[in-house]
Design a binder for this molecule. Structure first.
Ligand code: NAI
Length: 471
């Protein structure tokens, strides 16, 4: 049949999981086809998620840092904001990385197809491109088709005053009054961007706390800053009605403690979680079993169908790019006949706000819930010369330690660069390091990274940068 092509391995979705899987399989000698409905490679992470949001968060962090220099004797005029130039800068970063991925695909002879892939059977897909319908047959398939934003019932996602994480990054304008619905990672990161650019930002969160998965103590410095930056933070509250005006503004009813109040906002950003993109795949034409829309996989990233693998957001939480990348490599290696498994001891979470918050492994919340015993060692950044020098003395590095083996079970960090510092915690946990290993590792001084070693010294009782009275 015409327009039929065959791949040893076909990957659906070219996000950080999908392109990693495709490139790894190609490097292992397979004929690989990578399909994405977007014309640009890189998925949500690169095109409308992690990377563009970090480009914007960098700008707003430097703006905030510049303003805070007034405490150190340097005062700038109020910044002039050219929103078109900011958008163009962000887009150019995305473009540069898109081009890099496309070049790497070409160098590896990975065939890329721009079109929507839908299953026909356990070994066939139909792909609708701009020009034609193609039938793609495969020996092995890796599903890496990701997730999309969920909406709250009764809200029109196409209304121009309703923003999603995707359209918020388009930075069409800086609304005077912005309501962020959902006080999770996306809501707080983008809320901070808009607040620094000049919006009056209010947040409404359904649960009693913002960022519900993280320990309260490491969130505290962030909450302190958000209370100053945001107009209001409404927790244990929910949006019950969103009514657009003719002039584009939104009347939004918010229920809090049994009372409902209606307020007017210029725009609302809905960031209430993400759902797997399973409905695009015509999965019913395969024998794959779904689980609330997610695809269950084993440690080899295999679905219940022998030759079909799944990785990343479509397999469930946590929906994080670095998890998808690692799973993608495992799936590719197993599909190529190598021995591999996704068997990690922890996956780090990072909120790229200012200050950053990062945690991995056991949290105090989880330990309490599951009655896991632990010992805690903390190093307050108020005792770090480097942190004080840069005005980051509200930060903290915390280790949760196994009382018997003294191995590190969990790490929580808040402060600038927390997302980078936690990498040391990841290595320590993967290597099964105990607190002594970390405390005896020479950390450079003066750095924020040395707070990790110092937290371990607190546990060991060898700390000299703090005075801890003997027990
Ligand atoms: P999220 O799950 O982090 O937060 C959504 C929040 O909305 C939750 O706190 C939830 O309680 C609240 N909520 C749900 N329905 C609500 C309602 N009707 N009214 C008020 N609040 C409501 O989801 P988010 O922020 O949309 O992020 C989606 C995914 O993307 C997450 O899985 C996250 O891991 C990932 N992501 C990760 C980033 C990072 O690692 N820095 C950045 C952006 C996204």
């Amino acid at each position: 049949m015409k327009n039929n092509i065959h791949g040893d391995i076909v990957v659906i979705g070219a996000g950080p999981g999908g392109y990693a899987a495709a490139f790894r399989a190609a490097d292992l000698g397979k004929n690989v086809i990578l399909i994405d409905r977007d014309s640009e490679l890189g998925g949500v992470c690169l095109n409308r998620g992690c990377i563009p949001s970090k480009a914007l968060l960098h700008i707003t962090k430097v703006m905030d840092d510049a303003a805070s220099l007034s405490r150190m004797g340097v005062t700038y005029d109020k910044p002039k904001i050219d929103i078109n130039a900011i958008r163009a800068h962000k887009d150019s970063i995305v473009k540069q990385l898109n081009t890099g991925i496309a070049q790497m695909a070409k160098a590896r002879k990975v065939k890329t197809i721009n079109g929507l892939a839908r299953f026909i059977s356990n070994d066939q897909l139909s792909v609708k491109t701009n020009k034609e319908d193609i039938v793609v047959t495969f020996d092995k398939c890796i599903i890496a088709s990701g997730s999309s934003s969920t909406m709250i019932p009764g809200v029109d996602p196409d209304h121009p005053s309703i923003l999603t994480s995707r359209t918020a990054l388009d930075l069409v304008d800086i609304p005077k009054d912005l309501l962020v619905i959902g006080g999770g990672v996306i809501g707080l990161e983008l809320g901070q961007v808009y607040a620094t650019l000049g919006s009056n930002v209010s947040v409404v969160e359904f649960l009693p706390n913002l960022i519900p998965g993280a320990d309260k103590d490491i969130l505290r410095p962030l909450l302190r800053k958000l209370k100053k930056q945001f107009k209001s933070i409404m927790t244990s509250s929910k949006v019950t009605k969103v009514e657009p005006h003719k002039n584009g503004k939104l009347d939004i009813s918010i229920e809090s403690n049994g009372k409902t109040e209606t307020k007017t906002f210029d725009k609302a950003l809905v960031a209430v979680g993400r759902k797997p993109n399973t409905d695009l795949l015509n999965i019913e034409s395969t024998d794959i079993k779904t689980n609330n829309g997610f695809l269950d996989v084993d440690v080899y990233q295999k679905t219940n169908v022998e030759n079909i693998f799944a990785i990343g957001d479509i397999c469930g939480n946590p929906m994080l790019a670095h998890r998808a990348t690692h799973q993608g490599k495992v799936a590719a290696e197993v599909a190529c006949g190598h021995s591999a498994a996704f068997d990690v001891c922890a996956i780090p979470s990072v909120v790229y706000t200012d200050p950053e918050v990062a945690w991995a492994g056991l949290t105090e919340l989880e330990a309490k819930e599951k009655e896991i015993s632990f010992e805690k060692a903390e190093f307050p950044w108020a005792a770090s010369g480097r942190a004080i020098a840069i005005g980051a003395n509200q930060g903290k590095t915390k280790l949760l330690i196994d009382p018997e083996t003294k191995q590190i079970l969990g790490v929580g960090i808040v402060g600038p660069g927390a997302g980078d510092i936690i990498s040391e915690g990841m290595l320590a946990m993967e290597m099964g390091s105990d607190a002594e290993d970390v405390s005896l590792t020479v950390h450079p001084h003066p750095t924020l990274g040395e707070t990790f070693g110092m937290a371990a010294e607190v546990f060991e009782g060898t700390i000299t940068d703090l005075y801890v009275p003997k027990k």
